[in-house]
Design a protein around this ligand. Structure first.
Ligand code: EPU
Length: 339
């Protein structure tokens, strides 16, 4: 059977930064079998390839000179159910937010704080997505993937995934060595109601709601919609940089000059700093040139107002990194993958 590989395919609608670029070749896989088939295709022996999920954590710098493999493996299935937990297997090409809504509707708790995070389920373990006091690692039980070298299917348990802040084994030892095909989540039947994040408590009060998976989900949707631009209207990929982790010694030094520095405890010796605050202090919040800039409600988000190129955004990000380093002696690094 010949495989429908499309030549010169536009990626404009497949990346939330809304960058115009083409892939030399494009192929969409919907099943494990079709993924295996394409991986054995002769084209993949000569051309480089790149797996595209929801396109929400990438910045495309140029046309992609290779094969873009679009992941559309679907399916949400309950595989185990007892008094306390429900185990759910989810195809990696499912949309993350739709999966969150599916859980909330079934009153399954664990991912409601992660509502409205753009992207696919398969991307969630890679950078251990997180927001409002929760991370994907809190509910992921195991991750299934294809090992690109042996072309065999493998599985890692939660602890084997080596999760940490915005990172996992998939960003380290397994980077570019596998394609995630399925994620298994262990969800709670008793609501967790994680309202540790102040913004959630205030939003629940404003909504006059008691904490529940549904109300927390609604609160997160409201908060995110106020702070973060809708990629349908303004191209962006959420937080562009990771929040840097610095020594408490350095924090003390900066705090002497900036008592209001936004920081969170990371370990006994280190603290996490809000990169949005650093970027705002460096004077970039609301910056705009031509069609690229820094969002005016959250400085951690770089935006494409229309026809910005990937390279313009990359240049802007470098200038921001440079000026934050000049002002605070802190290096910030992108969480977005630059292709
Ligand atoms: N802040 C500023 N100026 C800004 C932005 C932020 O001063 O322009 C300060 C504010 O004091 C604010 C604090 O920084 O209270 C923290 O900001 P926010 O609550 O927006 O969180 P964040 O640390 O900037 C992280 C995640 C977000 C996630 C939120 C909520 C990272 C890199 N980003 O942002 O994730 O939604 O926490 O938990 O960890 C994403 O990854 O795409 C993303 C949006």
């Amino acid at each position: 059977m010949s495989i429908p590989i499309v030549k010169n395919y536009p990626l404009d609608k497949l990346n939330t930064f809304n960058i115009s670029a083409n892939a030399k070749f494009f192929y969409e896989f919907k099943t494990l079998e079709s993924l295996k088939e394409i991986l054995n295709h002769k084209l993949l022996k000569t051309e480089k390839s790149f797996v595209l999920g929801g396109g929400s954590n990438i910045l495309i710098s140029n046309d992609f000179d290779g094969v873009v493999l679009k992941n559309s493996i679907r399916g949400i299935h309950i595989i185990k159910d007892n008094t306390h937990h429900t185990e759910v297997e989810v195809g990696s090409g499912e949309n993350w937010h739709e999966f969150v809504l599916w859980c909330v509707k079934k009153n399954l708790s664990g991912v409601e704080n992660l509502a409205l995070i753009p992207g696919s389920v398969g991307a969630s373990p890679i950078q251990n997505i997180g927001a409002y006091g929760c991370e994907a690692k809190d509910t992921i039980k195991k991750v299934q993937f294809i090992d690109l070298k042996s072309k065999t299917i493998k599985e890692l348990t939660n602890s084997e995934c080596d999760f940490s802040y915005r990172s996992s084994i998939f960003k380290k030892d397994l980077k570019e060595k596998c394609i995630i095909t399925k994620v298994t989540f262990l969800l709670n039947k008793t609501p967790i109601n994680n309202t540790s994040y102040g913004a959630i408590t205030s939003e629940l009060a404003a909504l006059k709601s008691q904490a529940s998976p549904q109300s927390i989900c609604n609160a997160v949707i409201n908060i995110r919609s106020r702070k973060l631009p809708d990629p349908q209207k303004i191209g962006n990929s959420g937080s562009f940089f990771k929040n840097p982790i610095i020594s408490n010694k350095k924090l003390k030094k900066i705090r002497a000059e900036h008592p209001e520095i936004v920081n969170y405890k990371y370990s006994k010796t280190h603290s996490k700093i809000a990169a949005g605050w650093l970027i705002e202090m460096a004077g970039w919040k609301g910056y705009r040139k031509d069609d690229f800039g820094v969002y005016d409600k959250q400085a951690l988000v770089l935006v494409n107002y229309g026809n910005a190129s990937g390279n313009e955004i990359i240049e802007l990000s470098k200038k921001i990194q440079y000026s934050v380093n000049e002002k605070f002696d802190i290096k910030i690094y992108p969480e977005v993958n630059i292709i």
